[in-house]
Design a protein around this ligand. Sequence first.
Ligand code: ATP
Length: 314
Amino acid sequence: MNEIISIQGLTKKYGEKMAVNKLDLKINKGEVFGLLGPNGAGKSTTILMILGLAEPTEGKVLVCGHNSTNEPLLVKRKVGYLPDQVGFYENRTGLENLMFTAALNGKSRKEGREKALSLLEQVGLSYAANQKAGTYSRGMKQRLGLADVLIKDPEVIILDEPTLGIDPKGVQELLDLIRTLSKEQGITVMLSSHQLHQVQQICDRVGLFVNGNLLAEGTVDSLANQLFGEEGHQIKLKATQLNSLIIEEIKLVDGVHRVSLDHDELKIWTEKESSLQHILEIIMAKGCRLTSVSQEQLGLDEIYQRYFEGAGEK
Ligand SMILES: Nc1ncnc2c1ncn2[C@@H]1O[C@H](COP(=O)(O)OP(=O)(O)OP(=O)(O)O)[C@@H](O)[C@H]1O
């Protein structure tokens, strides 16, 4: 089956508060899907409903064909969940913690130990296998958490803010690991995050949540197009002697939608990459000296600034 998670009209109201509003979403086998949004957007509530830990007000979730509300135990067998705060027995070693989870999931001691050692290697923690979990750094605990989730051979893993509080090197390692798991073992991954660059790096698709609504979903590139449409390219340039006449002339260039001057930096939003050449010709013809120029496709940062900032407080 290609479709692993199917969410249909999923709605959750807490009293008058609409936490999740008629969400429709399908996630395919082996995909890495990022749930993105500010605080209070509805990400955790969505995750809880997928796990069968919160009951929808309306709509339904199917995980591997099982209804999360009516068959939570069947869903639990398929899904590994890593919450943002992972709890371990601090006085037991990493290996012992994993073996404990393996035993809870019906594995024999021998099988559990073998699997635990292999997973510790996979997540890069072999060197700390016999170290008490209480002495692990946050990054190490997240990797142990991932091993703990994988020990029950899930088809889907759901990670809540997995990179929170980890140093940049640790973040990179963890993300690489998540991506590898998904691509090599066909595990479907859903992760929630505020870390836009990270999400951009590893997710096949992302969904943007604001105030319980899924604002847009798709690949990062398609999102930028969906949300910015005609203003998809941004040119930034610095030059001497820029003035309002030059700005008015640039506004007439084919494709240009908006121009702003902030100190000596000119920002131009355009639907065409080819506008740049024309703009440079105007600036040169006016005798300005160009000191820097860059052109970029609007991405997640701009999406975040425009759609997310402050949205959580509404
Ligand atoms: N048990 C609850 N009772 C009442 N309201 C709740 C409950 N859980 C969540 N909410 C509200 O539902 C909305 C969505 O919350 P949710 O925790 O799903 O957001 P989130 O996107 O996960 O945010 P965060 O990133 O802060 O975890 C918020 O307005 C929140 O206050």
